[in-house]
Design a protein around this ligand. Structure first.
Ligand code: NI
Length: 167
């Protein structure tokens, strides 16, 4: 089991745009295994490769209570979306901060699985929110960047205080 360090906002590396995966090979599967160990240990429900400083288009999600239903999306693309919904989000790169973000309510995503096989998935609810949140990471975007400047400044101050307490 390998736990990878998770980049913490406002680390500038979180703003890197990830490159597509050209071949889904053992190196990518090993990255997915390490990301899954890291996400489950955190614990969290979603993780993008960006957050572990690997700038490839890979995201994982596990919303199951039993923590054994890992969903893998390689080179994910949203090919259809509709509706709007507000949901409170959190992020392993922004610990202790939960804020409402407006996103599409329903999406259809196209991606490759861990074997490199293409699939399409219709998602709504938490799964749709998570996919959109994690896909943002691949574009170098962190969810707090949807909030007002004032809120972002408050969050940065709060994170700074939290980190001083830890040190
Ligand atoms: Ni996140």
């Amino acid at each position: 089991m390998a736990l990878l360090p998770i980049l913490q906002y406002p680390d500038p590396r979180l703003h890197t745009v990830a490159a597509p995966v050209s071949v889904v090979n053992d190196e990518i599967r090993s990255l997915i295994k390490d990301m899954s160990d890291t996400m489950h240990a955190a614990p969290g429900v979603g993780l993008a490769a960006t957050q572990v400083d690997v700038h490839r288009r890979v995201i994982i999600i596990d919303l199951s209570e039993t923590r054994d239903r890992l969903r893998v999306f390689i080179n994910p693309e949203i090919i259809a979306s509709s509706g709007k919904s507000d949901c409170e989000e959190g992020c392993l790169s922004v610990p202790g901060i939960f804020e409402k973000v407006t996103r599409a309510e329903r999406i259809t995503v196209r991606a490759l699985d861990a074997q490199g096989k293409p699939f399409e998935l219709d998602a709504d609810g938490m799964l749709a929110v998570c996919i959109q949140h994690e896909m943002d990471h691949l574009e170098g975007k962190v969810f707090v960047e949807y909030l007002s400047r004032l809120k972002q400044r408050r969050i940065l101050a709060k994170l700074r205080k939290q980190r001083q307490r830890v040190m």
